[in-house]
Design a protein around this ligand. Sequence first.
Ligand code: SG4
Ligand code: ZN
Length: 263
Amino acid sequence: TVCSSKYVLSQMHPIWQTPLAVPGGDRQSPIDIAVRKTQWDRKLQPLEMRYDPRTCQQIWNNGYSFIVEYDDTSDRSTLKGGPLEDQFRLCQFHFHWGESNAWGSEHSVDRHLFPAELHLVHWNADKYSLFEEAVLEDNGLGVIGVFLKLGKRHEGLQKLVDALPAVRHKDSVVEFSRFDPACLLPENTEDYWTYAGSLTTPPLTEAVTWMVMKQPIEVSHDQLAVFRSLLFTSAEEEVQRSMVNNFRVQQPLAGRTVRSSFD
Ligand code: SG4
Ligand code: ZN
């Protein structure tokens, strides 16, 4: 099916056509979170996000998703706590979504897929000096995942949605400032799952501590429709392709434990 084949992705997206540095590892992402098999870890502290909206810089259509980029040259927008031992810096967030509301998220909960999933990407600035370095290392990245479910219009997201027509084509970039990423977090950030995984696109490195929020945020069908109006293709290409189904097929858990911060 369209929604679960890596081979579909490899035909559709240039990003998957470059030679893959697949580590062939046993901690790949995304995964299904089987709630009954998760383990409550009472020692998991709440996550501490301190985001400065003034570090927000631009939106970029990279031909696979749209990416909202933050200035990560200093500790102005940071994440620590939870399963993390170090302080991590926010560098960007992006989404994955489907062509229909029946799928689109990368992770799932008891096999339930959501129409979209937000990823807030942070890198370990205590241990590494550059994102490019952290990507290659164990404990280099911390990604917060937030599920999007269908519901009422999300006011915070709307400012971003309004800017998306300017980055319709691949390789387009537009200035975007003063966007507080905290407005995209659910009300309850105390309940989350965490596990050791990987990036979900090349280089697929096993550098990621995943923190997936239990509570989804609500967005409207119209807001998702604007995501789907973006294009994988550049303005020069003759055949334009809608940016949809930009998620990776789920990977085996392979003996890993998913911990929960809640009982
Ligand atoms: C998306 O393709 C983003 O566009 C990528 O961002 C991101 O790569 C990639 O997803 C993988 O991230 O949280 N889904 S994920 O594992 O963050 C990186 C860019 O290419 C390295 C800038
Ligand atoms: Zn992602």
